[in-house]
Write a protein of this length. Structure first.
Lengths: 209, 209, 209, 209
């Protein structure tokens, strides 16, 4: 017998049933709160030369870890294994902007989803949650394109795409008035990590049958 | 014995428990199949002059309706009300390509999310499922841009974005060798409608508390 | 003997001819400097509610005017006439970011290139120089998309597209640490205006036969 | 003796000079036709695994060669040298679509513009003409994104961007009803090559001082 019951009635129900029976309860994730406690695995994959994107990646990890029962794997794109990819419920990919776009390393990582990991034609990444972050020297010179095209690669894999910390994900402007990564940018990256873990936790009980 | 329980059934359930006293509870919104039975409301909003985008919109509606317990509202973008928007669990927006982009009517519809419906700063559309479809005369002359920028507007609203029927959504090429909307294109539109309803149904029990 | 001739030198030249009577002329639109003196007309069309995009538009005008023999027309998108459009050698379009994209007013302006001005199927805008600018409240939340999709509309018209002041054009972030339009952003807008006038002047002698 | 003289003064000048001398006139490239005879060098750089993008590249070459005095260099992206890059007046870059975007090889090629060839901070590619082409299995699944992001990389380099054969460049759909590259797609690629050579020829006399 499988039931989906609203929280507020559960105590009454339990009390009533306990009075009369020998019930075994297996409460499954019903509320977002509870759902957030569903163990999920988040992969944060990034490329970084200067260390800026790495700092953002670490903040994404912190954000994801701020949710209970979240396992986070932080790896450079070149180090990601098939198991990292397929065992994750969510993937967050970060790149520096090189000539208005994600770096060649990050693009090659996506290409390897097929060439090394064979995600297609089964769409093995389908229904995993995806998100993006980016760093770039200047404002309006490629961070949006970088994030949107990372999301475009994920949508092509039939992933479920979310953003936080900015319209398309978290980003940092690393030159100009505020060089490197500042507090607001790290906070945005943490928001993104938390958001991704949260949505993955919501979806996991339903998707991981 | 599988039950989906709502408030009004709790007293009955309690009565049942009392009567039988040997119930095993396995509380879980368990399978995607079942989740797909969660009642959801999908809004399909479109602009169409020639009727091509309207035909695609109708196929999106069919796809969404192919899932049990899905209510679908089909409206031209100019007819959408605040209630249509806020009562929906998922929004699918379709546009013809005008000069490489969504039409002015569809863009104005998104602008009205704020100017008429005041979605910001509360992010009232947050966590609703979003998707896009497009029609255009030529191949590679704006359908991708139209779909991706519709998704970009949705991501800016913190919606959860999905695709089906194509990397970024369903689309149709309306001139050239196969004028109008052909069978494959309609099938893609149906896939998109079904996908959106499915993901919305997965998320609804968790999001609509 | 190489001469670069301006209006004021023509009488001297004539005198020279008269004196020497054995001159060989090799008429050529020789240097970029000189080309920049070809009279060109630049249309700057924008939408603005708060006045931010208008300030950027005015700076684009200043930049274009900094080149000799440049006529600049500054108009809100809704005020642009067929003659404004067709008599211009270059068009610079500016928009605020509304939901990650250009505003509905600006999109409708592009749609009217066809619906009101009938640019297609003759591609009447072909070979005009095009560029974009944008303002938006947040960093990385639509200014790139707004500029790139303006350029995409122009490319669809077979225009020749340039940028300056940023990878995709000039932009300003109007909220946060530096509210409104700051000096650097105005300088970027001026660079864009100058760049557009310069390229249009280079191309005009060749294109305007 | 090389002169650049405003149209309106030419008749007066001619009259005056003719009265007194034995002038030989050599009117330099004023018309597009003539401009097209200015010798230009076009680099066509591509990545191809299946051979589809290579076939398109060859058609781009044909199109460029259809203009007199055009030298075309066709190379895989990995084979391009600094001299190829800097001695060219125009660059056309082609890529297959891998996961909604240009391939990692092509992105790495752009990254190498800086890492190997050091184009920045002098913007050594400034004012070269740029264009893009793409091939992909499905309609609306990344060819537009691939072309637009190639153009975005070029705009970041302050190149002058054009299209032909489609709104954003030439493209081919290599699976489905018309597998491989068909005649219309090859014609589009030739249009693109010709367009690029033409615009480069127009600009060269002005830019190459």
């Amino acid at each position: 017998m499988i039931l989906s019951i609203r929280n507020q009635f559960v105590p009454i129900l339990i009390a009533l049933c306990l009075l009369t029976s020998q019930v075994t309860f297996d409460f499954a994730p019903v509320s977002a709160e509870e759902a957030a406690r569903t163990p999920v695995k988040v992969l944060v994959a990034y490329h970084s030369q200067s260390g800026n994107t790495e700092r953002m990646a670490e903040a994404v990890v912190e954000g994801a870890n701020s949710l209970p029962d979240t396992t986070v794997v932080l790896k450079r794109v070149g180090q990601v294994t098939a198991d990292d990819l397929f065992s994750s419920d969510a993937i967050v990919v970060g790149s520096p902007v090189y000539w208005s776009n994600m770096s060649g390393e990050v693009k090659t990582f996506f290409d390897n989803w097929q060439f090394k990991f064979g995600v297609f034609p089964e769409f093995k990444m389908k229904n995993k949650v995806g998100a993006a972050f980016a760093t770039g020297g200047q404002i309006s010179s490629g961070k949006e394109v970088t994030m949107l095209t990372i999301l475009a690669a994920m949508l092509g894999n039939q992933m479920i795409v979310v953003s936080a910390g900015g319209a398309f994900g978290a980003s940092a402007t690393t030159e100009g008035e505020s060089p490197g990564i500042d507090k607001k940018e790290l906070a945005d990256a943490r928001s993104l990590g938390r958001r991704v873990a949260e949505v993955a936790a919501w979806m996991k009980p339903l998707l991981s049958k």
